[in-house]
Design a protein around this ligand. Structure first.
Ligand SMILES: C[S@@+](CC[C@H](N)C(=O)[O-])C[C@H]1O[C@@H](n2cnc3c(N)ncnc32)[C@H](O)[C@@H]1O
Length: 371
């Protein structure tokens, strides 16, 4: 009996203890939840007030609207001006091409193009047509060329090459020298003309533009480069020779003019006497270094070799100051008035005993004669 009462009392105490423990735990939990809720509300409140403060700092929509409207108007005006400029450029291009129509159909030009374009297709197919920035080609013969994997040098235009060919062939010239080869493009027009006259061409280059991928360099570097290349040539390391020289040699083989042209590695002016020996020239093409005194030095190096009564000296890029100086130097030294032909690169002739009608024909057949 006693033990049953004792057990019941113990159980009652235990149950009471558990209930009190649960009550305390639930109070603690409630307190923590209340604290958590309060802290969350505080954070929310803080965020709300920050948002309101930031919103208050923003300019009124009525203030930003005029700025964006003005920008829209300016953009519209710019777009209109751009469209006008594009139309002006298209009109000018049209005008330029109108000027080019008459010379394009000059019978000698047509005949030269019919002969030389197909013959040079294996060459032009391997080159990239090129212009300086902002230049416009008047027709497909008004492009210069370059090796596709080199930045420089650039060649003369196809039109200029046709004129060189015509002048050599029509005047029956026999002994030519050109500074410089680059990758042989000008030499192909000249040598195919000397092939007709039974003549011969020496084409020389220091290959310094190809090496530097620029047309400005110092003379000592060009001389050192020539020494290095000549050594490679002596050692028969042909695959290490400049790409331009390899292209010129391959091109001459393709055109079957290997016996008409000799390609030489040389630096002008000091290398010229060794190149020309006891030759007498009736043709010289000055298209080597284009800056400083170099073009004048190139002319000086050639003058002693010119035939006293009959020669044609051609200049390329006479729109440049250094070459223009060389033209006037040659004119004064020989007492001959220069004859300019307004091709893309403004070729100029200093000619003695040459049929003046052939020079006049070149003037008449350039697509740029009136520019
Ligand atoms: C404009 S490119 C000749 C283009 C070539 N006549 C044609 O139309 O296909 C000029 C060349 O002159 C060469 N050159 C520059 N200075 C030279 C120098 N002092 N002696 C020899 N060659 C030089 C350059 O290496 C470059 O290949």
């Amino acid at each position: 009996m006693l033990s049953t009462l004792t057990i019941a009392t113990v159980v009652a105490f235990l149950a009471l203890g558990l209930a009190i423990g649960n009550l305390r735990r639930s109070r603690r939990l409630k307190t923590r939840m209340t604290q958590h809720q309060e802290s969350t509300e505080q954070q929310l409140q803080q965020l709300r007030s920050e948002l309101e403060r930031d919103a208050a700092a923003l300019p009124e929509r009525s203030e930003t609207a005029p700025i964006s409207e003005r920008l829209q108007q300016e953009l519209g005006a710019f777009q209109e001006r751009l469209a006008q400029c594009q139309k002006e450029v298209a009109d000018l291009r049209g005008e330029a091409q109108n000027l080019a129509v008459l010379p394009t159909w000059h019978p000698i030009r047509v005949k030269l193009a019919e002969e030389l374009r197909p013959r040079l297709v294996p060459i032009t197919d391997k080159l990239g047509p090129v212009l300086f920035p902002h230049q416009i080609a008047f027709d497909e013969l008004d492009w210069m060329y370059k090796l596709p994997d080199r930045k420089f040098p650039y060649s003369l235009t196809f039109e200029e090459g046709m004129m060189m060919h015509y002048l050599v062939a029509a005047n029956e010239l026999k002994s030519g020298y050109e500074i410089a080869t680059a990758f042989g493009f000008s030499s192909f027009f000249l040598a195919t003309a000397f092939e007709k006259t039974g003549g011969h061409l020496i084409s020389a280059d220091a290959y310094i533009e190809e090496e530097m991928e620029h047309y400005i360099y110092d003379h000592a570097t060009a001389q050192e480069h020539v020494e290095k290349l000549r050594q490679l040539h002596r050692d028969k390391q042909y695959d290490q020779l400049p790409r331009g020289l390899q292209f010129a040699l391959e091109g001459a083989a393709t055109l079957n003019i290997e016996s008409v042209v000799d390609y030489e590695i040389a630096c002008s002016p000091e290398g010229v006497p060794e190149l020309l020996g006891d030759r007498t020239l009736d043709f010289a093409f000055i298209d080597g270094g284009h800056f400083g005194e170099q073009p004048v030095l190139d002319v000086k190096s050639v003058l002693p070799y010119l035939h006293p009564e009959r020669f044609l000296m051609m200049f390329h890029d006479t729109q440049g100051e250094a070459v223009a100086k060389a033209v006037h130097f040659a004119a004064q030294a020989t007492g001959i008035k220069p004859f300019s032909i307004h091709t893309r690169n403004r070729i100029v002739a200093v000619a003695k005993g040459i049929d003046p009608a052939t020079l006049q024909t070149c003037r008449e057949m350039t697509v740029r004669q009136a520019v």
